[in-house]
Every structure is written in C-alpha cells, then in structure tokens.
Design a protein around this ligand. Sequence first.
Ligand code: UT7
Length: 328
Amino acid sequence: MRASITAIGCYTPPKILTNADLERMVETSDSWIRERTGISERHIAGAGVASSDLAYEACREVLAQRGVGPETIEAVLVATVTPDMLFPSTACLVQKKVGLTKAWGFDLSAGCSGFLYALITGSQFILTGAHRRVLVVGTDVMSRITNYQDRATCVIFGDGAGAFLLEPSDSDAVGILDYMHEIDGSGGEYLYMPAGGSRMPPSAETVANKMHYIHQDGQQVFKYAVRKMFEISKSILERNSLNVNDIDVFIPHQANRRIIEATAERLGIASDKVLINIDRYGNTTAATLPLATADAVRCGKLKKGSLVLYATVGAGYTAGAALVRWAY
Ligand code: UT7
C-alpha cells in the first residue's frame, strides 16, 4: 500500500494583474518580465480575501471531484507563508469553513517547498494506517506581502491555492513512490520577511521601513535554485534506478521559467514533458505544484499510470523532490 493522490482542486482569484498593469506601477517592461521570468500575468486576491478563502474553494473542488463529504476527511494540512493570521492556524479556519467536522490539522511553513512537504507529511499518516483520508492544501496570498514599489519582487508573485486528497492505494504500483527533502538554513538571509514575528514585532518603524514585505536577493536564490533543483531531481532518480526517459511529466516549482528550463536541460528531460504555467500565474509559492498538476491533467500530459517527478526549492532554503505514479 502507498499514499495515493485521488483528487485535486485549485483556485485562483478572478482579478488578473498583467505586465502592462505593472508597467504603470513600477519602472519595468513587459519584455523584461517575460524574458527574465517567463511571466505574463498573475492572479490577485480582492480586498479582504485571505489564504483560507482561496483554500476553501480548492478543498470544495477536491471533495466534489472525489464525491465524498467533508466529514470523511480525517486530517487537513495547510502549507502557507501567508496565513490569515499568525494564529489560529489557517488549517483551523479551513476546517471550519469547509465543514471538516472530524478532521484535525495544522499549518506547515516551508516557503515554496511547503506543498511538497505537506504532501509527504500527510502521506505518513496514510502509510502508518492512522488515517484514510488526508487533505493537503497549499495556499498563498503573496500580494499581501509584496511591495508594489519594488520591481525586483512585485513582478514575480501571484495568489492561488490548490489541494490534493490522499488515500491508501490498492497496490504498491501507484501513489507516492519516494521523496527526498532537505533544508539549508544558511540561505535564510536571501529570501525572508524581516518583521512581524517574535524577532521584530510590528511597530510604526517596521511599517515605515517596509519590513512586512518579501525581501529577496534574487541572484543568490536563482543560483541556488538552478543547482539544487537539478541535484535533488538527479538524486531521487538515481536512488530509484530511474532514467529521465522513465519520467512522463516533470512538474517543477514555478519560480522562474529560466530556472525550470535550466533544470530540465541539465536533466536531459524532453521539453514536452515539462509543465510550465508560470506565464499565467507567476510564483504562487505553496500553490504552484497543485496549480501545475491541474494544468498537466487538463492538457493531457498527466494520465492514469503517468510517472511524475516533482521538484521544488524555496525560502529557508528548503528543497524537495518526489516521485508519484498517478492513480486515476
Ligand atoms: O520561489 C522562491 C524562490 N525565488 C526564486 O526562485 C527567484 C529567483 N530569482 C529570480 O528569479 C531572478 O533573480 C529575478 C527574476 C528576481 C531577477 O532576475 P535577474 O536576471 O537575476 O536580474 P538581476 O537581479 O540580476 O537584475 C538585473 C537588472 C538590474 O539592473 P542593473 O543593476 O543591471 O542596472 C535590476 O535593477 O535588472 C533590473 N531589474 C529590473 N528591470 C526591469 C530588476 N527587476 C526589474 C524589473 N524590470 N522588474
């Protein structure tokens, strides 16, 4: 038996922020953004909309797709760096909104690797036999912590949510086959939000100094991402005696089109097997992998029996990879 993904759901808010819109907000250009990042547009949540609201929509879609009631879910894990509040956890808010009356759960923070970490954490409850239905959610309203006067970050991020249902598989042939995760705290200084936590609580000064926004050294993160996405993908393939040709779909975290293409090229994976949808969503942090998975299913790249390689890198640094044999 393995932990198997049996339904997926996604949600992005309807409002779209285009590169042309950004040209009117900061000194940038559509061509710079497309050439340097691959992004054309991103979705932005309306005023008052929080991460649990986006998560609610994604979870409803999962339950409808699988045709199961919310009371059958035994645990809900929410990956986010933009929780509605520091506490209670967004998992508690989602539990209430979706009516997961018999579920427990918690939030998990791992930057852009959050969804993959939550997926693997959730899968452990399936593998031990503790639970039979676990909902794994990635949701972020990055626009709330984005400084729209900082052209180096505001062009990258977008808002969105996605969710997977995990259940025990009937056989060892399908489900999550392996994972490989690692963190490297020495990278923490290159991508972070300085204030709002116990180190630097909110004050008039922290607000005036724009310390409640994403601070990123883009080049440092870029270099790490290009190296690590390749290394971790190669390692997990080797450990499973797999060749890139065995992979049907490569679903990487969507942070920058150049990072994805460099990784795919070094791995030697055919470009038609690589899922790229950053052009329409930007970097939605914990939501990129489910949004990309939904697109892979929609465009026919991902079908029953497909072997999927996931790879991710995020703030922390965090990195991860997983191999999944698609079950439905
Ligand atoms: O998911 C979490 C992990 N995050 C990432 O993976 C992000 C990784 N980093 C990146 O994707 C890229 O580093 C960025 C997209 C953030 C930046 O691209 P870059 O090619 O590394 O640009 P750069 O920082 O080296 O900047 C090159 C030039 C600079 O101008 P000068 O100093 O050469 O005159 C920047 O000021 O581009 C300038 N620049 C821009 N110009 C127009 C930076 N942002 C913009 C912009 N529009 N939006």
